[in-house]
Design a protein around this ligand. Structure first.
Ligand code: TYD
Length: 135
């Protein structure tokens, strides 16, 4: 879907283990990183997210455990199952997202292009659908 795609992250690995390095303004992270947050300790029946952003680019990486991320542009919906540290989900543009089916050990790391700004959120789904129509 335009606005949400999987990104493979290169592993530097040998028998001593694995390392993944992410740099701003690279192929994997095509934005300046202004914020990093991580989500963990989520019960399996919880749905998080349930919002869209007007102006935010994010790379979501499930560095441990697994989670399903559903993305919707107002017409199409797609679900990405994230379960490895060397894969990210890049989301940009006006996309409704929900995170569900967290495993007990899930750690979801998010790199974001902007500082936290509640004014950049739409948290009402019907408002999202209305605004998609107007775009
Ligand atoms: P929320 O956006 O509801 O999380 P999710 O989309 O995963 O369901 O955020 C949860 C709380 O954390 C809310 O009080 C806002 C706060 N928060 C910050 O202070 N900074 C941040 O960067 C984020 C993402 C959330």
């Amino acid at each position: 879907m335009k606005g949400a795609s999987l990104v493979n992250l290169d592993i530097h690995g040998d028998k001593s283990g694995s390392l993944i390095a992410l740099e701003a303004l690279s192929k994997q992270v095509p934005f300046e990183i202004k914020r990093v947050y991580y989500i963990f300790g989520v019960s399996d029946n919880i749905v998080r997210g349930k919002h869209a952003h007007y102006n935010l680019k994010q790379l979501l990486i499930c560095v441990n455990g697994s989670v399903d991320i559903s993305v919707e542009d107002g017409k199409n919906k797609e679900v990405f199952h994230l379960d490895r540290a060397n894969q990210g989900l890049y989301i940009e543009g006006f996309i409704w997202r929900e995170m569900k089916n967290f495993s007990k050990d899930t750690v979801l790391v998010v790199l974001a292009s902007e500082h936290y700004n509640e004014a950049d959120y739409i948290r009402d789904y019907s408002q999202f659908l209305n605004e998609v129509k107007d775009k």
